[in-house]
Write a protein that binds this ligand. Structure first.
Ligand code: NAD
Ligand code: ZN
Length: 650
C-alpha cells in the first residue's frame, strides 16, 4: 500500500514537471499569495495591536461569551471549499484518498494533523491539499473563530484584545481537536500558547512549515492589505517574528522546509514525511511520588529541545557529561536544545567509573553553583550510568534538589540505570555507598547513540537486559537467547525492542516499590547478581579492569549456581544461564576473569554492601529462570564454598 502510494506520488510529480514548469510556477506564485492571505490575518492583528495601535489596548473589554456562541459547538464547515482539482485528477489520486489514509502509519491513526508556522508559510493552502489527498476534513482555526464571533480576527483583536482572542482560540482548537481527526491550519500565534501546544500534543501530530525569511517575504510583501508589513521594513518585521516564534514552532513533531516550490509539491513532502514518521516510543513510569516518561527512539538528541521544553521549569539547563561522550554526542544535544531556545552550559568529567567518587561529585556541585543554577535550572545527564549516577546525585543535593533529566548513551544506562531514580557515588569502601533517590523528569534514550558505543560496553549493558528476564520474565529471557547475539551485533530493531522490554520491566518493578522498602522481593530483585558483582568490582578496583555489566554477568551465573547449591533451583536452569551469558561473549564464571581472587576478601566486600540486613548477607536467589526472590538466610559458608569451587583462593 505504502509503495503504491509512493509510486503514485512519483508519477504525479513527473507529470507535473512535464506539463510545464514555468506555467506551474506562475500559477503557484499566484496561489501562494492568494492562499497565504488567510494565514496572515492573525499575524497582522497581533502586530496592529502591538506596533500600530497601542491606544486600542485601553478600550479592550472582556467578552467571554463571544467565542462560546452556539455556532461554536459543532465543527463548522469552512466557508470556502478546498481546491477542487489541485492537480489530482491527472492520476486519479483524489479517489484514492481513502487508500492513502490506510497507508498512514499506525501512530497517526485517530490523530489530527495540525499545521503551524508563520504568515505566508502556506498553512491553509497546504492544509487543504493535504486534507483532500488524505480524504480528511479540513478546518482553519481562524475561519472557525471568525464564524463563531461573527467578525474578522483583526476586528476581534481590536474589540476584545489579544488575551480574549487567545482564550477563545484555545477553546476553539480544543473543540476542533476533540472530534474526529481533521487537518487543521492554525493561526500563526496559536502555537505560542502553552495550553494550545499541550492540546495539540495530546490530540494531534503537529507539522511546522518552516520557511526562510526570503521565501516569506516573496510571498507576503506587496499585497495591499498588509498594513503591518507596510508600516516598517517588512524584512525586519518578519525577522522579529522569526526570532520570536521559531523556538516555539520547533516543538512541532515534524518540520518541513518549504521554499518556492508549488503547494502541491510541498504537500507531497508533508505526506512523505507523515508516512515515514515514527512517534518515539513512550513508557510511563508511575510512582507514588511522581510520574515520568521514558522516551525511546532513534535521533532523539536532535529533538531534545522539543521533547523537553514542555517539562522544564526554566528554559535553562546544565549538561553534565564525560569527555568521551562530549566529543561524540554533546554538539547534537546542544543543537537540539537551542532549537527551542533552551540555554545550556556544560560540565565535563573524565570518562569511566573512576569519576563516580566524592571528589568529582564535589567538583560537579561547584560547577553547578559557579554556573549560577537556580531552583528551576534542570540538570541533564548525558552519558552512561556513571554520569547518570553522578549528575543525578549532584542534582538531588544541590540547592536541596534540582530538576533532572537522563539522556543515557550506553546500553546499560538505557535499559537500567537511567530509570528508577537511584543516584550516587562510590567510596573506597564500596559501590554506591553515598547517594539519594532522585527521579528524573524524563528519560530520553536515543538508540542512535549506541552506534558509537564500543562492543565491550554494548555487551556489558546486555547483562542488565538478560537480568530483567532472569528475575521475572522467562519469555523475555528466551527472547534474549534467540536474539541476544544479533542484538549485540547491532540490529537496531532488536536493540529498540530489548530496551523497551527491559525498561518496561524495570518501570513495573520500581513502580511497585519506589524506594526499595518492601521486606521481601520488590525493587531489591533488581539486584540479582549484584551482591557478587559489587564485591568483584570493589576487589578489582574501578579503573576499567572489570566493567559493571561484566561483573553483573559473572554475578548472574553465581547467583543461579548458589541457588542450585542451596537446592532451590534446577541445575539445568543455572547451566542455561551460564551458557547464554558465555555465548554472547560475556564472562559467566569467575574463572573467565583470569584473576586471582580471594573468597574471604570478596565476602568482606559483600559485608560492606548496602544489601546487608541485621548483619545478614542479603541475596537475590532464583527457583528457576524468571523466578527470582530475595533471601537473608544464606549462610556465609555456602557462599564461601561456592566461591572456592569457582576457583577463588581462601
Ligand atoms: P559508563 O558511564 O562509564 O560508560 C561506559 C564508557 O562508555 C565510558 O567510557 C563512556 O565514556 C563511554 N560511552 C558512553 N556512551 C557512549 C557512546 N554512546 N559512545 C561511545 N562511548 C560511550 O558506564 P555504564 O556501563 O553506562 O554504567 C555503569 C554504572 O552504572 C556503574 O557505576 C553502575 O553502578 C551504574 N548503575 C546504576 C544503576 C542505577 O539504578 N542507578 C543501575 C545499574 C548500573
Ligand atoms: Zn547493575
Amino acid at each position: 500500500m505504502r509503495l503504491e502510494f509512493v509510486v503514485r506520488q512519483h508519477l504525479l510529480n513527473r507529470l507535473r514537471i512535464r506539463s510545464g514548469r514555468e506555467r506551474a510556477q506562475r500559477q503557484n506564485a499566484y496561489r501562494n499569495r492568494h492562499e497565504a492571505d488567510r494565514d496572515d490575518y492573525q499575524e497582522e492583528a497581533v502586530h496592529n495591536r502591538h506596533w500600530e495601535s497601542e491606544a486600542v489596548v485601553g478600550r479592550c473589554r472582556a467578552a467571554p461569551s463571544v467565542l462560546a456562541s452556539a455556532v461554536m459547538r459543532g465543527n463548522t464547515v469552512l466557508r470556502e471549499s478546498g481546491p477542487k482539482d489541485a492537480g489530482l485528477k491527472e492520476t486519479g489520486l483524489k479517489e484514492a484518498g481513502l487508500k492513502e489514509i490506510a497507508a498512514l502509519p499506525e501512530t497517526l491513526a485517530g490523530r489530527s494533523i495540525v499545521l503551524v508556522g508563520l504568515m505566508g508559510a502556506g498553512k491553509t493552502s497546504i492544509g487543504r491539499r493535504l486534507a483532500a489527498r488524505l480524504g480528511m476534513p479540513f478546518r482553519d482555526a481562524d475561519a472557525e473563530i471568525e464564524l463563531a464571533a461573527g467578525c474578522t480576527v483583526p476586528e476581534l483583536f481590536d474589540r476584545y484584545g489579544e488575551h480574549e482572542f487567545r482564550d477563545g482560540e484555545r477553546r476553539v482548537i480544543r473543540r476542533l481537536l476533540a472530534g474526529d481527526p481533521i487537518v487543521l491550519a492554525t493561526g500563526g500565534g496559536a502555537f505560542m500558547d502553552p495550553q494550545t501546544r499541550a492540546t495539540i500534543r495530546e490530540e494531534g501530530i503537529s507539522i511546522w512549515l518552516r520557511c526562510k525569511l526570503a521565501t516569506l517575504l516573496r510571498r507576503v510583501v506587496g499585497r495591499e492589505h498588509r498594513p503591518l508589513l507596510n508600516a516598517g521594513d517588512p524584512a525586519q518585521i518578519l525577522q522579529r517574528l522569526i526570532d520570536l516564534r521559531h523556538p516555539f514552532y520547533a516543538e512541532a513533531d515534524l518540520i518541513i522546509d518549504c521554499a518556492d516550490e508549488s503547494p502541491d509539491v510541498t504537500t507531497s513532502h508533508v505526506l512523505n514525511a507523515l508516512l515515514g514518521w515514527q512517534a518515539p516510543r513512550r513508557l510511563s513510569v508511575a510512582l507514588t511520588s511522581t510520574n515520568y516518561d521514558v522516551v525511546i527512539g532513534d535521533g532523539l538528541l536532535e529533538r531534545a529541545g522539543a521533547l523537553l521544553a514542555p517539562l522544564l521549569p526554566q528554559k535553562r539547563v546544565v549538561v553534565v557529561t564525560d569527555a568521551s561522550v562530549a566529543r561524540l554526542h554533546l554538539p547534537l544535544l546542544l543543537d537540539g536544545l537551542s532549537a527551542t531556545a533552551i540555554q545550556s552550559s556544560q560540565i565535563v568529567v573524565p570518562a569511566g567509573e573512576s569519576s563516580k567518587n566524592l571528589e568529582t561529585y564535589a567538583r560537579v556541585v561547584d560547577g553547578l553553583l559557579d554556573a549560577g543554577v537556580e531552583r528551576g535550572t534542570t540538570i541533564i545527564a548525558l552519558g552512561g550510568g556513571v554520569v547518570g549516577d553522578l549528575a543525578g546525585f549532584a542534582a538531588a543535593t544541590t540547592l536541596r534538589g534540582l530538576p533532572f533529566v537522563q539522556v543515557p548513551t550506553t546500553l546499560l544506562a538505557q535499559v537500567d540505570s537511567s530509570v528508577g531514580g537511584k543516584t550516587g557515588v562510590n567510596t573506597p569502601r564500596g559501590k554506591n555507598l553515598v547517594g539519594a533517590f532522585h527521579q528524573p523528569r524524563m528519560v530520553l534514550a536515543d538508540t542512535a547513540t549506541l552506534r558509537t558505543l564500543p562492543i565491550r560496553e554494548l555487551r556489558a549493558g546486555y547483562a542488565e537486559i538478560a537480568k530483567a528476564g532472569l528475575i521475572g520474565d522467562a519469555a523475555f529471557f528466551a527472547w534474549c537467547e534467540r536474539h541476544g547475539g544479533r542484538m549485540i551485533g547491532g540490529d537496531r530493531d532488536l536493540q529498540a525492542e530489548a530496551i523497551r522490554r527491559a525498561c518496561a520491566f524495570k518501570a513495573a518493578v520500581v513502580g511497585d516499590d519506589e524506594r526499595e522498602e518492601r521486606p521481601n522481593d520488590g525493587r531489591a530483585l533488581l539486584n540479582l547478581g549484584h551482591t557478587f558483582a559489587h564485591a568483584l568490582e570493589a576487589d578489582v578496583g574501578y579503573g576499567g579492569g572489570l566493567l559493571h555489566g561484566e561483573a553483573v554477568a559473572v554475578g548472574l551465573g553465581l547467583a543461579f549456581r548458589l541457588s542450585t547449591r542451596l537446592g532451590l533451583c534446577p541445575q539445568a536452569d543455572a547451566e542455561r544461564v551460564v551458557a547464554h551469558i558465555a555465548a554472547v561473549g560475556l564472562p559467566a564464571e569467575i574463572g573467565m576473569l583470569n584473576r586471582r581472587l580471594s573468597a574471604a576478601t570478596l565476602i568482606a566486600h559483600m559485608r560492606r554492601d548496602k544489601k546487608m540486613r541485621d548483619g545478614q548477607l542479603k541475596f537475590v536467589l532464583a527457583r528457576g529462570v524468571g523466578q527470582a526472590f530475595t533471601s537473608s538466610e544464606v549462610a556465609q559458608d555456602a557462599v564461601t564454598d561456592l566461591l572456592r569451587t569457582e576457583g577463588c583462593g581462601p
